[in-house]
Ligand binder design. Structure first.
Ligand SMILES: C[S@@+](CC[C@H](N)C(=O)[O-])C[C@H]1O[C@@H](n2cnc3c(N)ncnc32)[C@H](O)[C@@H]1O
Length: 268
C-alpha cells in the first residue's frame, strides 16, 4: 500500500530531535520577539504585514464559536495567538518547552517592567472584535514536549481533552523531518477532545530561523500538500487553509521563510 508523504513510516528520529533540543538551549526570548514581533513584521498600519494577517485569521476562526479549554502548544515568548480566544474560552493554557520562554510569559502576566509590550496587539485585536477591553483568561503556563507520548504534565487537561488547540510556528521548528512533524501533530491531536478544533499556523519553505544572533534553529521545510497530508494521517479533518506569501520587505534576514499557512481542522 502506498503511504502518503506525511505519514510517520520510520522509527522516530531521536538523534535529530535531540539535536534540535540542544539548539533551543540558545533561544533568546528578547531577540526572537525583536526579530518577529516588531515592524515591519508587526506593522499595524499595513494589512500586508505578517502579524495583522495572522491576527485576522485567528479572529475569524475563534469567533466561529467554541467552549471551555483552549491550549496553545509551544507558545514561546508570545501570546498574540490566543488573544482572540480569550473572550470565547473560560480557560486558556499557554505552554512551552523552555523555562526561559515560560518565564518571559509569566513576567508579562505579572505586569513586570521591561517585559515585551503587547499593547499594540491588544489594541488591534480589540479593534477587530469591536470591543474596548480584554478579558485575559490565561493564567497557566505549563511545560510541554510534543515529542513525548504525553506532551503535558498529567492532570493538566479535562479527561475528555481540550476543546481547542492553537499552535504557531512550533511543530515544524522542533522536528528534524516530515515524519517527526506528523508524529508531533498526531501527539498534539491526542490532547483534543473528539469534535474539537485545531488552529495551526506555520512556516512554508523554511529551512532555518535565528533564535539569537548566533543561534540558527533548523526547520523542516513544508509545502501546503505536506501540511494537508500530515493532517490527514493524524486523523484531523481540514476545514480551511489560507496562505500568506511574504512581500520582499518582510524578508528581514532572520529566517528563510517564503510563506505562512493558517489551518483550521477538526478532530472527528
Ligand atoms: C518558533 S518558536 C514559536 C513561538 C510562538 N508560538 C510564535 O508564534 O512565535 C518555537 C517554539 O517551540 C518551542 N519548543 C521547542 N521544542 C519543543 C518541543 N519539543 N515541544 C514543544 N515546544 C517546543 C520552543 O521553545 C519555541 O518557543
Amino acid at each position: 500500500m502506498e503511504r502518503s508523504q506525511g505519514e510517520a513510516k520510520e522509527p522516530p528520529n531521536r538523534e535529530g530531535i535531540a539535536a534540535i533540543a540542544r539548539c533551543y538551549q540558545g533561544f533568546d526570548p528578547a531577540m526572537y520577539l525583536r526579530y518577529n514581533y516588531t515592524p515591519p513584521r508587526a506593522d499595524f498600519t499595513r494589512t500586508d504585514s505578517i502579524v495583522p494577517w495572522k491576527l485576522a485569521c485567528l479572529h475569524q476562526a475563534f469567533t466561529e464559536g467554541e467552549s471551555h479549554t483552549l491550549v496553545d502548544v509551544g507558545s514561546g515568548p508570545t501570546l498574540y495567538q490566543v488573544l482572540s480566544g480569550c473572550e470565547v474560552f473560560g480557560r486558556v493554557v499557554l505552554t512551552d518547552f523552555l523555562e526561559a520562554n515560560r518565564r518571559e510569559l509569566q513576567r508579562w502576566l505579572a505586569g513586570e517592567q521591561g517585559s515585551f509590550d503587547w499593547t499594540p496587539y491588544l489594541q488591534h485585536v480589540c479593534q477587530l472584535e469591536g470591543r474596548r477591553a480584554f478579558p485575559l483568561t490565561f493564567q497557566l503556563v505549563l511545560p510541554i514536549d510534543v515529542h513525548q507520548p504525553c506532551p503535558l504534565p498529567p492532570g493538566s487537561l479535562p479527561a475528555s481533552g481540550a476543546d481547542c488547540l492553537v499552535s504557531s510556528f512550533c511543530l515544524e521548528s522542533v522536528s528534524p523531518d516530515v515524519a517527526s512533524f506528523t508524529a508531533a501533530l498526531r501527539r498534539m491531536g491526542s490532547l483534543l477532545r473528539p469534535g474539537g478544533h485545531v488552529l495551526l499556523i506555520g512556516a512554508l519553505g523554511e529551512s532555518y530561523y535565528m533564535a539569537a544572533p548566533n543561534v540558527r534553529i533548523p526547520v523542516v521545510p513544508l509545502d501546503e500538500a505536506q501540511v494537508c497530508s500530515s493532517l490527514k494521517v493524524s486523523g484531523l479533518s481540514l476545514l480551511r487553509l489560507c496562505v500568506y506569501t511574504l512581500p520582499p520587505d518582510m524578508r528581514v534576514g532572520v529566517d528563510d521563510v517564503s510563506g505562512i499557512f493558517f489551518v483550521k481542522a477538526r478532530k472527528p
